[in-house]
Design a binder for this molecule. Sequence first.
Ligand SMILES: Cc1cc2nc3c(=O)[nH]c(=O)nc-3n(C[C@H](O)[C@H](O)[C@H](O)COP(=O)(O)OP(=O)(O)OC[C@H]3O[C@@H](n4cnc5c(N)ncnc54)[C@H](O)[C@@H]3O)c2cc1C
Length: 581
Amino acid sequence: MASYKAPLREIQFVLNDVLNAGQLAAVPAFAEATPDTLNALVGEAAKLIEEEIAPLNASGDQQGCTWADGEVRVPDGAAQAYKLYWQAGWVGLAHPTEFGGQGLPYLLSKVVEEMLCSANVAFALYPGLTTGCFEAILASGSDQIKQQYLPKLATGEWTGTMCLTEPQAGSDLAAVKTRAVPNGDGSYALEGGKIFITSGEHTMADNIIHFVLARLPDSPPGIKGLSTFVVPKYLLRPDGGIGERNGVRCVSIEHKMGIHGSCTCSLQFEGARGWMVGQPNTGIQNMFVMMNMSRIMVGYQGLGLCELATQNAIAYAKDRKQGRAFNGGEQIIEHPDVRRMLLTMKAVTEGARVLAYETAMYVDLAHAHPDAAVRDEAQDWVELNTPLVKAFCTDSAFDLGSLAVQVYGGHGFIREHGIEQIVRDAKILCLYEGTNGIQAMDLVRRKLMLHNGRLAQRFFAKVRSESTGDAPLGFIAKPLREAVDELEATVHWLQQSFKTSPEDAGFGAVDFLRAFSLTYLGYNWLRMAKAASAGTDETFRRAKLTTTQFFAARMLSQVAPLCRGVRNPAGELMKLEAEAF
Ligand SMILES: Cc1cc2nc3c(=O)[nH]c(=O)nc-3n(C[C@H](O)[C@H](O)[C@H](O)COP(=O)(O)OP(=O)(O)OC[C@H]3O[C@@H](n4cnc5c(N)ncnc54)[C@H](O)[C@@H]3O)c2cc1C
């Protein structure tokens, strides 16, 4: 069985020594979030997660969810663990105090989320989707709707869903057909079917609040005719208490490759009463407001699985004896190829952690910093980084899960070790909340174009100023400067070609996102190397510098060939007719 120990030393290093998260305490809204408070809360969450939630990961995978007569049963222990989790206050950590949250930094809630996802990513979806629903209502709901729903979503006493997908409407939400017909009393009757709805039905919470994308009868077709609605499983009585069952029911659940502990439901809306959130036909704008948050959340699911794969592979490689290595060592960690895999895993996981935490810190600065210029710059970073966090962390989770199986050899393929579960659980992260192909298009098509290319320019300027000079870290600083030059040339090529030949830009988008992410990780490794060098822990410093060397020589070097490939026109490749494949 895979085991999980929260990497508190690594987490604190990134928060305190690399990112100086203590700066958040200077923002009036987060005056209480001193480094000591953050460290103490992370430690407390780690304890609960390791002791109560991680042990349910393997059993939840094996037992899965079941459905009978419209009722969904979650795996044994999940309901009790969820109650423990929300009652301890972890769901509402970063939600505003006026709605019953604790008003702490979003960054802190994401650190906790990383640990929760390492421990049990399927379980993490229950509070995760609840947060998504909370954020959507907070962003666009009327005061009345906020008062009715947010306090119980903030604490996690009620859970939430995001109901977008229909059989014909996946990546392309313009095709959504679910209808919302006015009842004449301010409410709407929703009719239609949604598929793949995470946490769509269960009895772990007293109520489930669905956030639904649907179409008014007189709305224009396509993306401009969508509106958003809140549809509770149980209608609320005038005093806010739980009333009658609403007309939404679960008609089946999916049998999936992974995340078996999370129920994925087909929901039928049959005259279900709902209330509009936001204005008519602004559904897509409403969704976009919370989209960054949901995508960052899925990126953290990926980060969590990267950490789980890495720490288990390292522990196994230190223990397993097989053959004699060139250096005489017996444990497989002494074999160069095993070391290559472990260093890849460390380099990606620790580098991605800085990317993910920095992005979350920018979310806090963008929301709460008193200086508008700081808020604007932070928002640029959130926009730029969101597709990187979502796609890079989740692709890496799948890749690192696979590497972990490789480190375990045949034993990794056997269920009892729990390593193959990481691969199965990781794949969905690359698919939902916008597939990683869609993330790459978001980066190329939207983020590179925003404000005349200002977002990428901010990144280049920051990395160049961090990587000046060569001694003593020239082994990473120099290739990092070269990578930035390659990336910048590629950004110009994409900005140009997108206008004249969007297929060229679309073809290279996924490789470009990887090249961008690797360059960002190079920047992170440079900063980690500096921070570790300034510390007093010699073993920690050597581990960081060796991993930096590995990253510089073997991963950052992938940026140039990736960029050269991206800059290849794709015209001929697109001409091949579908029948000829
Ligand atoms: C376990 C699970 C849980 C889910 N949870 C939820 C949930 O809670 N709520 C919800 O609403 N949905 C949920 N989903 C749905 C999920 O978000 C969609 O599956 C996803 O958006 C992709 O849609 P699709 O499956 O229809 O794939 P398609 O859209 O058919 O995509 C197929 C392929 O085509 C590519 N593609 C499509 N359009 C483009 C384009 N414009 N440019 C480039 N490539 C493109 C995609 O990248 C992909 O590779 C869940 C799905 C699963 C499996």
